[in-house]
Design a binder for this molecule. Sequence first.
Ligand code: GDP
Ligand code: MG
Length: 171
Amino acid sequence: QGKTYQFKLVLLGESAVGKSSLVMRFVKDHFDEYRESTIGAAFLAQTISLDDNTTVKFEIWDTAGQERYKSLAPMYYRNANCAVVVYDITQAASLEKAKAWVNELQRQADPNIVIALAGNKCDLDSRRAVETETAQEYADEAGLLFFETSAKSAHNVTQLFTSIAKKMPLD
Ligand code: GDP
Ligand code: MG
């Protein structure tokens, strides 16, 4: 008879960085090469058991990255307890976009929001355009959790969500 905690999690980041793929990997342990792009936003839920007594249930809002949906984002992050901001390690511009999302969250979202930065597509190391150290340094400065992930290989996907769960206030 353990305790269950429920949190709202929002995914943000440029289009095609792999937000929906990370959610699919986490929730269904599945990867699609030809995933259709998200329209508006999609909702999924997944639970993590932290130990015998604690379960964290994430209500996940996967937003569309396209500019034309940008005005909808505040609706999803306004009540969010945690956020995963995603960039693609092969696209340097996607890290700049991720930084802009982090700034927006730090200014406009709940002051206690837990934010994780995910450098996705780390299976494509031969096409890497963002060094791990560069992103890690930024994440440390901005106070973010940081993982390089691959929705394709599943590398660090569970770790990403588990570390968020562990950073949430459980009382
Ligand atoms: P979103 O627009 O951010 O939701 O991105 P999607 O999840 O739709 O993914 C965009 C494209 O990148 C799709 O073709 C995915 O198959 C591909 N993709 C997503 N994650 C990865 C990954 O970790 N590695 C590789 N190689 N491709 C990925
Ligand atoms: Mg998507």
